[in-house]
Write a new protein. Structure first.
Lengths: 307, 286
């Protein structure tokens, strides 16, 4: 029954056919040079979102204005759980605005002494985040007051791994976010935390502004951690002053981050996924919407495609 | 027409074809990934080499395993499933789809097959508002295929917007093009939570089936579906094949192993092919 119904294959005697019982096949004698021209490369494999943190009025206004600015995605903080106790309600509000919840900020642990308590709190937030449609769940680290040592970083890694393990069924990777004034600040601390965590359970959210402020080269970090990279934050920071004082965070393009180099590195490592513009606050006298719009224009100019 | 995805045996196309022809005794194969490259990315020299190997092994192409429309739908939110897109070295965006279609049609011509596989975009969290746009894209592609006498064969795929027979019926009706047919995939429907046979199958019009992909599945200890060797899973392939015979189906039945429980792709496919043939024999198809 399964024989027959062949396509337009030409049946003809062919020398060298594998089996004498097999029907010989010959393919149409045509010019194959068409295939020497590959399919035109895709313009840019990255989707851009904007973080709600810039809006001090709260997440409701943030998602309205992020959508009106033309971003495709958003990152919200855990304060969204107060505005929308039901994650389905947040999901519905985002869907109305055609926004993807690219990432959910889970916050940082208070410390590493009570692992179970910290993990349980993150898991609750992660379950909310996934139910709201989040694609990534972000965890930062505790503040540097009291110093940082290898034992603390290992403790943090244990929490990150355990959250990753308990949320692995959610298909929403846990991402560790480097941050100034926290344990995961310097490139060396980032390396240590990533090395101490299970790559299958914990991925990396590279904040290029924080990484630069800590003395790192964000483009080099993209290449170094390409296999762990699951999200980026775009943020800019002024260069340190002559006396070594740390520079302020500034709008994209106004600081010392080499964004063309960052995007070149992303292209080289074939990064596909989300990149979120994140300004912790808008510059004085500028609204969050105006800042988000200006940053979007900067990104579009830098990468040469509409965000 | 018993067929197999060659990359389910080996990325070495000659080796895969040798096993398909000489060990499995097949006359048909479906190319999807050759030498680690998606079939869409082959250059002229590689297409010539593939045709030479097929000729040498006496094999014909049942369908081009194209990734057409296995991408995000332009104008819709990005699907949460889209980051997983690079499973079969497919790497094409929404903007590239017109070229993917054109190249797929050309591949059908040079590999002398009537069937071009496609999908219907990564599954959206809420597909309903985008259904008409999806149907329009599929209709446009089917019309382009019709000009070359080709069938556009859309896979029922749990990661895309038609994951089950229930939704496949709607899609066929919505696209409304005579050469738009279904690549029925009971394994994918199982992954989407449907009982593909008999529940899903009884909804389908056998005359609109262009290919049947075969991979078995079961439910793991964690309660999630997982791939299984054909004959050892939950899918009633014997019943499915009897129904296909009864319906007079004469198109390709294609092994798409996915299960890797035997350690290697080659051995897993070997065992699955044995299971597939046993089910076909019991059903009276071979």
């Amino acid at each position: 029954v399964l024989a027959g119904l062949g396509a337009a294959v030409v049946a003809a005697p062919v020398a060298g056919a594998a089996s004498p019982t097999r029907r010989p096949v010959r393919y149409p004698d045509v010019d194959l040079s068409y295939f020497d021209k590959p399919i035109t490369p895709a313009p840019f494999p990255i989707a851009f979102g904007c973080a709600a943190i810039t809006w001090k009025e709260g997440p409701r206004k943030a998602i309205d204005e992020i959508a009106s600015a033309g971003y495709r995605g958003v990152q919200v903080m855990a304060n969204a759980m107060k505005d929308w106790p039901d994650p389905a309600a947040l999901k519905a509000e985002l869907a109305k605005r055609h926004l993807v919840l690219a990432c959910f900020s889970g916050g940082s642990p208070g410390g590493v002494d009570d692992v179970e308590k910290e993990v349980a709190a993150f898991v609750t937030k992660a379950e909310y985040a996934r139910a709201a449609g989040a694609l990534r769940f972000q965890i930062t680290s505790p503040g540097r007051n009291g110093g940082v040592d290898a034992a603390k970083l290992k403790g943090l890694a244990k929490i990150l791994d355990e959250v990753g393990r308990r949320t692995s069924g959610l298909e929403m990777p846990v991402v560790f976010h480097n941050h100034m004034d926290q344990w995961g600040e310097s490139p060396a601390e980032v390396d240590a935390i990533l090395a101490a965590t299970d790559p299958k359970l914990v991925r990396f959210l590279l904040d290029v502004g924080h990484y630069r402020a800590a003395g790192g080269d964000p483009a080099a970090a993209v290449r170094k951690h390409a296999k762990r990279l699951a999200m980026l934050h775009l943020k800019d920071v002024a260069a340190p002053s002559a006396d070594g004082k740390r520079g302020k965070f500034v709008p994209l393009g106004a600081g010392s981050v080499d964004f063309p180099a960052v995007f070149a590195a992303l292209k080289d490592v074939k990064y596909r996924g989300w990149v979120v513009v994140e300004l912790d606050s808008a510059p004085d006298g500028v609204t969050a919407l105006a800042a988000a719009t200006a940053n979007k224009a900067f990104v579009e100019k830098t990468v040469g495609v509409p965000v | 027409m018993l067929s197999v995805f060659t990359d389910e045996i080996s990325d070495d196309f000659d080796k895969a074809c040798a096993i398909a022809a000489d060990e499995f005794g097949l006359e048909w194969v479906q190319p999807r990934k050759l030498w680690g490259k998606n079939v869409m990315a082959l250059d002229g020299r590689e297409v010539a080499e593939a045709r030479k190997i097929l000729t040498k092994r006496g094999l014909r192409v049942s369908q081009i395993g194209s990734p057409l429309f296995k991408t995000d739908l332009a104008g819709a939110p990005v699907s949460p499933l889209s980051p997983k897109r690079d499973k079969f070295s497919l790497d094409y965006t929404a903007e590239q789809q017109p070229e993917v279609l054109e190249r797929g049609i050309e591949l059908c011509r040079v590999f002398a097959t009537q069937r071009l596989r496609c999908f219907d975009f990564w599954r959206l969290p809420e597909p309903e508002p985008h259904r008409q746009a999806i149907y329009a894209k599929l209709r446009e592609a089917a019309n382009a295929c019709a000009k070359h006498g080709l069938i556009l064969s859309m896979e029922v795929e749990h990661e895309c917007n038609t994951p089950t027979a229930v939704e496949a019926v709607r899609t066929v009706k919505g696209v409304a093009a005579p050469n738009f047919q279904l690549n029925w995939d009971p394994g994918n429907a199982f992954f989407a939570g449907e009982t593909p046979f008999p529940d899903g199958w009884k909804l389908l019009d056998a005359k609109r089936i262009s290919n049947v992909d075969c991979k078995d599945a079961t439910v793991g200890d964690d309660g999630k579906p997982k791939w299984e060797c054909i004959g050892r899973g939950k899918i009633d392939f014997v019943g499915q094949f009897r129904a296909l015979k009864q319906a007079g189906y004469r198109g390709p039945i294609t092994l798409e192993t996915h299960w890797r429980g035997a350690g290697t792709a080659e051995e897993s496919t070997r065992q699955s092919m044995a299971g597939l043939k046993a089910a076909l024999k019991t059903a009276g198809l071979i």
